[in-house]
Design a protein around this ligand. Structure first.
Ligand code: PMP
Length: 392
């Protein structure tokens, strides 16, 4: 049946990550530092809200744009955090909001809405793998912005890559796979550059809840997270904000997120959702309203302390860009070892530690991603092995 497959499907090379999963499948009880999702359970109130919604019969299609209660709660949250987007339950006239099936759903719809053959999308190298594959799916070209060694996507780095074919720039702060956060000024400069060049800036803010103060292990004060929209001078009509419930509330399997941005783009995404995803899962939408009231600060605090441990243990032995958020770090394999990222990961796997080679996220094979979304004991055992490997 291979002859039936499109160039689009064949153009997606998933071999890098598959090799890692194949190796992992052979490990018994690995020290797993590869996980891209929280290790805490969905808050009780959120689970109860989902069960209650199912019991109450909220099991049918919802409006494609999302249920009225969730749309209202998300609109209020957006206008409170970013006053430039509107007031109370009213978004600015030229903006739209769509409830999506996770940030993945939002990215898929945005790429399909704005990108076609001949178009270009710019994002950092390294980056979350989905951007590249969705560009392929849309028939567009990915333009990698090399952000080594500090992993900051800045206007200075992006500007030389923009052409008349560029439609989208994607920024992801805090970032996967690096955990690196942009400053407010860097994000505002990116938004200003994109607005000047008529390019849509997509801001993938899936890790917005996971930003950490520097050094003291305390979570950043509320508002410590910064977005391109944090600067009131940035016009929200040039920015597509994507947010999700997956990481913040441990709801990765529930498939819920939302998009806020320029009305023509959000309307096109809504039309595409109607004939693809149809709607985000109905019980998850009911639970989403409860989730917005849930307090996850204890979990964020625990991750902040783990982030500090990772930096404390690894930075004397590995070159490491300060991870200010998410639950990842992206150390460079020490040059004296003479190993690629992949070879280093194979050596780690031989010692029963699972991490992901940088080449899964990047054209370079010099780094590896570790996730600290795991128990403290697992993390310490994993760090012990990585430090021993760094000694050679
Ligand atoms: N963006 C980034 C940067 C991610 O790391 C992930 C999940 N790994 C997603 C988007 C997708 O998240 P979801 O679809 O579960 O909301």
């Amino acid at each position: 049946m291979h002859h039936l497959l499109t160039a689009r499907a064949r153009g997606i090379d998933a071999s890098g990550i598959r090799r890692v999963f194949d190796l992992a499948a052979k490990m018994t009880d690995p020290i797993d530092l590869s996980i891209g999702q929280p290790d805490f359970e969905v808050p009780d109130a959120v689970r109860h809200a989902a069960v209650g919604a199912m019991e109450a019969g909220q099991n049918r299609y919802t409006p494609t744009q999302g249920t009225a209660p969730l749309r209202e709660a998300l609109t209020r949250a957006t206008t409170t955090e970013f006053p430039s987007t509107g007031e109370g339950a009213a978004l600015r006239e030229d903006l739209g909001l769509l409830v999506t099936s996770g940030v993945s759903g939002g990215l898929t719809l945005a790429f399909l809405a704005c990108l076609g053959p001949g178009d270009e999308v710019v994002f950092s190298d390294p980056a979350f793998v989905m951007y590249r594959h969705l560009a392929t799916l849309a028939g567009a070209a990915s333009v990698a912005c090399d952000t080594y060694p500090d992993f900051r996507l800045t206007a200075d780095r992006v500007e030389p890559l923009l052409t008349e074919r560029t439609k989208i720039v994607v920024v992801n702060s805090p970032g996967n796979p690096t955990g690196v956060c942009n400053t407010a000024a860097e994000l505002a400069d990116l938004a200003t550059l994109c607005a000047r060049r008529g390019v849509l800036l997509i801001t993938d803010e899936i890790y917005d809840a996971f930003t950490y103060a520097d050094g003291d292990g305390q979570p950043a004060a509320p508002g410590g997270f910064v977005s391109p929209l944090s600067d009131p001078a940035v016009d929200p009509a040039g920015v597509l904000l994507l947010r999700g419930f997956s990481k913040t509330y441990g709801m990765t399997g529930w498939r819920l997120g939302h998009a806020v941005g320029p009305k023509p783009v959000v309307e096109a995404m809504t039309k595409l959702q109607q004939y693809t995803f149809v709607c985000a899962p109905s019980p998850a939408q009911a639970a989403g309203v409860a989730a917005l009231r849930a307090d996850v600060s204890a979990h964020v605090g625990a991750y902040a302390r783990k982030r500090d441990r990772v930096v404390e243990r690894l930075s004397p032995r590995f070159r490491l860009a300060a991870p200010g958020g998410a639950f990842y770090a992206f150390p460079e394999v020490p040059k004296h070892l003479g190993l690629t990222g992949t070879r280093f990961v194979e050596a780690a796997i031989e010692r029963n530690v699972l991490v992901i080679p940088g080449s899964v996220f990047s054209a370079r094979d010099t780094h590896f991603r570790l996730s600290y979304a795991c128990g403290e004991a697992t993390l310490e055992r994993g760090l012990d092995v990585l430090c021993e490997l760094a000694e050679g």
